[in-house]
Design a protein around this ligand. Structure first.
Ligand code: SF4
Ligand code: SF4
Length: 390
């Protein structure tokens, strides 16, 4: 059944939490994401983008002083290792698992399915298991097909290929993985990229183990990282946080300082709902991320449906970055950038009482005061300090 008949209606909370679909909506083709375009589109592909990808092997990693020394790249590349092992194991078939195709399950579905007569209890159990495997957050939502890519990418020639998802999937379990605060404080640097790589490696292990658990219960489960669908709208729908100007989901537990993974399943589960708490109202008066972006890739003004190029989904009113400005900056640095995460006033350690008090201010009518209090927030820490050398 074609869009839009096959999809559940938008609930009020989806829009209030930052996901507002308009009549011009079109599902996104992963072939158009900026990382995939870097391999086939001459508007994006350059000597810098190819060097960016090869820098994840030490012999191709450039050395440029503090934050970009051999030990910085060494830590970053080592942090990515488990993710790389998983994503590379079917490269010969054009399947880049976890990035341009779903992770292929390693466990068969048990012939006999556990009887589940209470989906709410099962959902609570799923969240407990998520914690057991090492996820920091877990929410559950329906498999809303709007956010599934139109196709996966065959990495042999970057063409579109079918997802091959099993029939009858109904739910998405969305997992959040906290990034290391001390490393994030050193963005931009190759050292900071270790915070990203470590969570991708965690994600890979956790979604594979989690899917194996569900499959042993006798239900379908497809482990997924950046592949198959856009995780941000699923995270918002699962009530984990709100969409923000910096293109990230702001959560009450970690602000924007986390990554998300997901599992598609037909396990009988109840679904969470979006939880708008006031992040959008704060972003309406704050532009710290857009101001700090070195290449001005982030938008000012209110959310809109304007898109700069094909790497943005069409027909969603939201803050949308210009990926054609953002990714070349990563490529020139030979590492990922998350300055817009580092400077965000919500990027805090919420185990501290003063930060929880700040959050209460930021999400209420005193948000202007909270913004003033955050004037010096998010200063860069020298990578050498992280190594204990400064
Ligand atoms: S990741 Fe860096 S370049 Fe990209 S939008 Fe954020 S601050 Fe700008
Ligand atoms: S820096 Fe400010 S505008 Fe940007 S996401 Fe954070 S709160 Fe929103």
């Amino acid at each position: 059944m074609p869009w839009p008949q096959n999809t559940p209606p938008q609930r009020d909370g989806d829009a209030a939490a930052g996901i507002e679909v308009t009549d011009d909506f079109e599902r996104f083709s992963q072939r158009n994401d900026i990382f995939t375009r870097a391999f086939w589109d001459k508007r994006v592909k350059s000597k810098h983008t190819m060097k960016f990808f090869s820098s994840y092997r030490m012999e191709a990693a450039p050395r440029r002083g503090d934050g970009f020394s051999q030990r910085d790249f060494a830590l970053r590349n080592a942090a990515w290792l488990i993710s790389d092992v998983v994503s590379g194991r079917r490269a010969q078939e054009g399947i880049r698992e976890g990035f341009q195709a779903a992770i292929r399950p390693d466990t068969p579905v048990a012939k006999e399915a556990l009887e589940i007569d209470n989906p709410a209890r099962m959902s609570a159990e799923v969240k407990r298991i998520a914690k057991f495997f090492g996820a920091d957050l877990c929410g559950i939502t329906d498999l809303d097909e709007r956010w599934i890519y139109t196709a996966r990418v065959d990495t042999r020639d970057m063409s579109e290929a079918p997802h091959d998802l099993p029939e009858g999937l109904t739910s998405v379990i969305v997992l959040g993985h906290e990034m290391d605060k001390e490393l994030v404080a050193t963005y931009p640097s190759a050292l900071a990229g270790a915070a990203t790589g470590r969570e991708y490696s965690h994600e890979a292990a956790i979604v594979m183990q989690f899917a194996a658990y569900i499959r042993n219960l006798g239900y379908e489960a497809v482990p997924s990282m950046n592949d198959t669908g856009l995780v941000i709208p699923f995270a918002v729908k699962a009530g984990l946080g709100e969409y923000a100007r910096n293109q990230m989901v702001i959560t009450p537990e970690f602000g924007p300082r986390l990554r998300f993974s997901k599992i598609f399943t037909n396990l009988p589960l109840t679904h969470d709902a979006p939880q708008p708490q006031g992040v959008k109202a704060f972003c309406d008066i704050c532009t710290k991320c857009a101001d700090a972006c070195p290449v001005k890739a982030l938008p000012y003004g209110p959310p809109s449906t304007v898109t700069a190029n094909v790497s943005a989904i069409k027909g969603v009113r939201k803050w949308t970055s210009n990926a054609e400005k953002c990714f070349p900056f990563w490529a020139k640095m030979a590492s990922d950038c998350a300055i817009c995460m580092r400077v965000c006033p919500f990027n805090r350690d919420y185990s501290k009482r003063r930060n929880r008090l700040w959050l209460n201010l930021a999400l209420g009518p005193m948000r202007k005061l909270a913004l003033r209090l955050a004037a010096k927030h998010g200063q860069r820490r020298k990578p050498a300090e992280w190594w204990g050398k400064a």
